[in-house]
Design a protein around this ligand. Sequence first.
Ligand code: AVJ
Length: 327
Amino acid sequence: MESETTIEIEVHLDADAAATMRSDVRRGLLAEPKELSPKYFYDERGSQLFERITELEEYYPTRAEREILAGRSREIVAAAGCPETLVELGSGSAAKTRHLLSAMEVGGCLRTYVPVDISEEITHSTAACLVEEYPGLSIQGLVCDFERDLERIPADLGPRLIAFLGGTVGNLYPDQRRDFLARLAALMGPDDRLLLGTDLVKETERLELAYDDPAGVTAEFNKNVLTVLNRELGADFDLDDFQHVARYDAEEARMEICLRSLAGRTIRLEALDLSVDFAAGEEIRTEISSKFTRQRLEAVYAEAGMELRGWFTDTAGDYALSLAAPL
Ligand code: AVJ
């Protein structure tokens, strides 16, 4: 079979990821309160544990997002003006993306897919699968840290739909989120649209259960960051000395995920030549996961120079995909 399918993948990885990690972790553990970046959850084991989280009964966001994409992608693509290019931030295996690509194909506008992901291996294998599934599709992948390298997203590919799915925007602190969305707005043309996945505000009980499942998978996922520090930085954390904590802060409308030291102790991090004291009960915040309402999201877009143009939720109203345009 003949087709004009092409794959091009550009790689821009941090030349010294190890040094970046050392300075991030030093800053975080010396801060008050102590803090670690959620990006250090995702080594191979952490990624597997996250996969297991998405299959938990209590963790609804992944299923809710899939329901919206499976049922309403044609509507979403039409509302976005049937763009030629799909850019996906954090594309991974592109499991959910196929719904959007297929809707663009049916709409007759699909030309280019731009997967943006930190893993070179996954980006290559995903691209290889997709060109088989979508004859004539051109793939221009980007392997990078998209928060750092946003400005590298190709611009000369016609109207773009930029998808940022999974609710990952909820992990950014308000300042980071505003800066990130403002940078996105600045690189969007008038015909480009953002498709953003966000978890929605709901009863505290359901939120806390989603981040503290009875089977303990989320606790294991959270504690895995200590295993990462033990391995990468020669730290001596004992996972049994720390407790998984997940609580909803209604004022800030976000889940806070922490590791609480059950007793006072000193942790040694050999690669940082650093010893860190913990008081009994002291916590390290490892992640926030913000929850939104439509109204709150309108304000979030406004302060970043964008405007809400579309709103799609699952039938239960647990999760939203919103479309936004630059002002
Ligand atoms: C994939 C980052 C969106 O915040 O819900 C799941 C990560 N952390 N359970 C989320 C996560 C604990 C998840 N995100």
